[in-house]
Design a protein around this ligand. Structure first.
Ligand code: PGA
Length: 256
């Protein structure tokens, strides 16, 4: 893992934006895995401001609420349209977001996996992380080999997301999420985390044992992971000084 610790969320998101911009310039037909939530907002604003060519880019989102109308302001369809897609020249047919209103959700999940494979697999997956270590909506105890499927949110995740819905009661209980096995097949993972509320999950992800109790810890088995953090999210890392030294002393051929 490459641990990138920056003073502010803006600087950490700026590095993530440069990594993605470079991918889109090197590979105009790249396949991106995308995340929602508050964490990637700055990243998407920055990418939208970079005037990149998205015309051949394909995207797959990690997750969506089940039963929420697509036009609901808190659906991840709405989130992606408002925060990224309407600002870039992506082709609508290249956008893939799980359909939380599919009549047959298990069949839809199998088709979603097949679409990822047919697109050639995900080149770079953007990830946020829950305070409990979830990635996508793979809550603690998720199988580390799981595929796209239905999950039930924990009470804590519903409380965390109540801020978007106005009340906890309004937060759906069920979601579709790419599985951990699906995420692990992305060629590169780019995990962002900001704020002290993420510090324990990040410490477990980077330095703890690999355990389904902190699903993001499975990324220790992935050969290409970058973790972009602000200082508060990094405050519980035992080896933070080492990660800073590595970043500050990268040979030119290793930078992006
Ligand atoms: P957040 O959510 O970006 O809104 O903190 C992250 C997550 O729950 O995965």
């Amino acid at each position: 893992m490459e641990i990138i610790i920056q003073p502010t969320p803006e600087e950490a998101a700026g590095i993530a934006a440069r990594i993605i911009a470079r991918l889109l310039r090197d590979k105009p037909g790249a396949v991106l895995g995308l995340a929602t939530g508050s964490t990637p907002l700055r990243l998407y604003q920055m990418l939208a401001g970079m005037k990149l060519d998205w015309s051949r880019v394909t995207t797959f989102n990690l997750d969506e609420y089940i039963g929420l109308p697509r036009e609901h302001p808190q659906s991840y369809h709405s989130f992606m349209r408002e925060n990224l897609f309407r600002h870039v020249n992506i082709a609508p047919e290249n956008i893939h977001i799980p359909d939380g209103n599919a009549a047959d959700i298990p069949a839809f999940c199998a088709v979603y996996e097949e679409r990822i494979r047919a697109a050639g697999g995900i080149d770079l997956q953007v990830l946020g992380i829950g305070g409990d270590g979830h990635i996508g909506f793979n809550e603690p105890s998720s199988s580390l080999a799981s595929r796209t499927r239905i999950k039930t949110l924990t009470p804590q995740t519903r409380r965390d997301n109540a801020r978007f819905f106005g009340s906890e009661q309004a937060v759906p209980h069920h979601v579709i999420t790419m599985g951990i096995g699906t995420i692990m097949e992305a060629r590169q993972n780019l995990l962002l985390a900001f704020g002290e509320k993420k510090a324990a999950a990040i410490a477990g992800t980077v330095e703890g044992p690999v355990t389904a109790d902190n699903p993001a810890s499975v990324l220790q088995f992935h050969p290409s992971v970058k973790v972009c953090l602000d200082e508060p999210a990094a405050c519980r890392l035992r080896r933070a000084d080492y990660y800073r030294w590595v970043f500050d002393n990268k040979p030119a051929w290793q930078t992006w």
